[in-house]
Design a protein. Structure first.
Length: 295
């Protein structure tokens, strides 16, 4: 397999991961209607995803579960600092403002990834990469209604927790790549999800919030959320990080809001605005610009 073939497959992995994440709202809408809180859904999806991967590794590759104690910091960072704190900040932002505003602030993450990658990995800061990032971000603003949807007021607190979610979201790409220098895709994904899930479920228990009714529908919904919408896309995204730079992967992840918009229209019957169509086109253009050399 030549370099371009491997990079092309990595791009497909990241795009598939982002597309699956774009559909996660279908599962969370279902569980929310059954009385699940966002904190419990976030913790459960990470923990169940980790348990599924752990069972698989126990059966086929137990060596993948072995990590050196000196490297535990990597997984604490990718798990609790990145995934766990990302969920806390993002859900807080969603509770303080509209979902559109929270999403737009979150998708400043590629800017942080690109500049962090420049400082940490010496990743090149090209004009094409910056242009793709700006175009995709503007597209996200159109898709979510931040642009063209009326005046929006963002308080300092919303901006703080929103940027916190973006930074934590960006850090998964950074810490994930550091861990991939020593461990396999499955190892990095398992421990990151496990630590994030244990952390969030622990916080939920500590807060003493009520539990929803555990019936067949709740269990089935939780399994779909944990396996299909968590374990699978994180394996794909982390596999993509093994072959392409974090900055590039983070911009490709702009496919998530695009897919979420399409899913809302096709599955939930949500209306699509002209601004959303413009945004989808801009996101797609940003992805094409970013992958011009690979193509």
């Amino acid at each position: 397999m030549n370099r371009h073939t491997g990079e092309g497959q990595a791009v497909i992995c990241v795009l598939l991961a982002a597309s699956i994440w774009g559909l996660v709202g279908l599962a969370t809408r279902f569980l929310s209607a059954l009385g699940w809180s966002t904190m419990l859904m976030a913790g459960t999806r990470n923990l169940l995803g980790a348990l599924v991967l752990g069972a698989y590794l126990l059966a086929v590759d137990r060596d993948a579960l072995r990590i050196a104690p000196r490297d535990l910091w990597m997984f604490l960072c990718s798990g609790f600092v990145a995934l766990g704190c990302f969920n806390l900040c993002y859900f807080t932002a969603q509770s303080l403002t509209s979902l559109s505003v929270a999403a737009v602030i979150l998708y400043t993450a590629p800017f942080f990834v690109i500049f962090m990658s420049r400082l940490i990995f010496g990743e090149s800061l090209t004009a094409s990469k910056l242009a793709a990032c700006v175009i995709a971000f503007v597209g996200c603003a159109f898709v979510t209604g931040f642009v063209g949807g009326g005046a929006v007021s963002v308080s300092p607190r919303v901006l703080a927790v929103g940027l916190g979610s973006a930074i934590c979201y960006a850090l998964y790409s950074i810490f994930g790549r550091i861990a991939l220098a020593r461990y396999s895709v499955m190892t990095v994904t398992f421990y990151s999800l496990f630590i994030a899930g244990v952390s969030l479920c622990g916080i939920y228990l500590w807060r003493g919030e009520p539990w929803p009714t555990m019936n067949v529908a709740s269990i089935a919904g939780a399994l779909v959320l944990g396996v299909c919408f968590t374990a699978l896309p994180y394996v794909l995204y982390t596999r993509g990080l093994a072959a392409i730079a974090p900055g590039k992967a983070s911009v490709l992840a702009f496919a998530e809001p695009m897919v979420a918009t399409i899913a809302g229209v096709c599955v939930l019957g949500e209306a699509i605005t002209p601004e959303a169509l413009v945004g989808i086109g801009l996101i797609f253009a940003g992805i094409l610009i970013l992958n011009r050399q690979s193509s």
